[in-house]
Design a protein. Structure first.
Length: 302
């Protein structure tokens, strides 16, 4: 008989998230289970956030993150907000510390229901992003799509938010670009030995911008929190904006904005935004076989 665990279907600004409760178990959600869940129209997702028992002192949980292709992800800001909402509903706590493969993430749920996640310090060194070639200044690297004398996209800013990002600056609607065609080429470009998240960013003021992202291992997504952070930091780093901006995700414009602050005091990136519970169920973490709860509480608790 399948060994089922609790899970919740949630979203962070449209970013489709499955939060899976693996506490009390030694095994992991398998890549095969992730691929099976992603292939089902009812459970299709961008990231799985699997909650495990804490490994480090002073943390509340270890979070294992999987993309819809079964690969591992180092960071997922929108998914982290979903985990916070779920655990806050379960425990009554408001502040959490999570361990991930990218490091420790601290997060807090506010009285208005929004959630702030400390995404840590951005990384700009070429070999730590990582890039396959040395670039002294990663605010602008040599990479383009299209004719050499009239490229469609060119000269992105590169950095890491625990996962690699390339941000291409555009001066018109980000939805007008064929990111579904360019995204896979750029994600898998040889310059990115670990692949990369590809973001189009249009700066609309000194304190606002619009983004659209092709997410590494997930493809076109309605939202990507770490990409919004990367775009906001890169905009400030290149003098396009101040260090605090409101990011509208073009693929999900009616779900609100992400407020990103690249804090001057310690260079940490603070991302604040909503999370939304949709429904809950149970799932076999080995095979991906699942069933939906018959009576749903309408709350985010697992």
């Amino acid at each position: 008989m399948a060994d089922f665990v609790a899970f919740a279907r949630m979203n962070g600004l449209g970013n489709k998230i499955l939060v899976v409760d693996m506490r009390g178990r030694a095994d992991r959600v398998t890549p095969e289970a992730a691929i099976a869940l992603a292939a089902d129209a009812e459970t299709t997702f961008d990231q799985i956030m699997a909650i495990h028992d804490p490994k480090a002192d002073g943390t509340d949980a270890f979070i294992d993150i999987l993309n819809c292709d079964g690969s591992k992800a180092q960071a997922c800001g929108n998914g982290t907000r979903c985990v916070v909402q779920a655990l806050a509903a379960e425990t009554g706590k408001k502040a959490f510390a999570f361990q991930t493969v990218a490091g420790i993430l601290n997060a807090v749920e506010h009285e208005d229901g929004t959630i702030s996640v400390d995404m840590g310090r951005p990384v700009f060194e070429w070999d730590r992003i990582p890039l396959a070639e040395e670039f002294f200044d990663t605010r602008r690297i040599e990479l383009q799509i299209g004719p050499i004398d009239d490229p469609v996209l060119h000269s992105p800013s590169a950095m890491s938010m625990g996962n690699p990002h390339a941000v291409f600056w555009v001066d018109r609607d980000v939805m007008s670009y064929d990111l579904a065609r360019f995204g896979p080429l750029l994600e898998n470009h040889p310059i990115f030995p670990e692949r990369a998240n590809i973001t189009l960013a249009e700066v609309t003021s000194r304190s606002s911008m619009t983004t659209r992202t092709w997410e590494r291992g997930a493809g076109l997504t309605l939202a990507c929190g770490s990409a919004a952070c990367a775009a906001a930091v890169s905009a400030a780093r290149t003098g396009r904006t101040e260090r605090k901006v409101a990011v509208t995700v073009a693929s999900s414009p009616n779900r609100g904005t992400l407020d990103i602050e690249w804090r001057e005091s310690d260079d940490h990136v603070i991302m604040t935004g909503p999370a939304e519970w949709e429904w809950s169920g149970t799932v076999d973490p080995v095979t991906g076989t699942w069933r939906r709860d018959e009576a749903e509480s309408g709350a985010a608790a697992l």
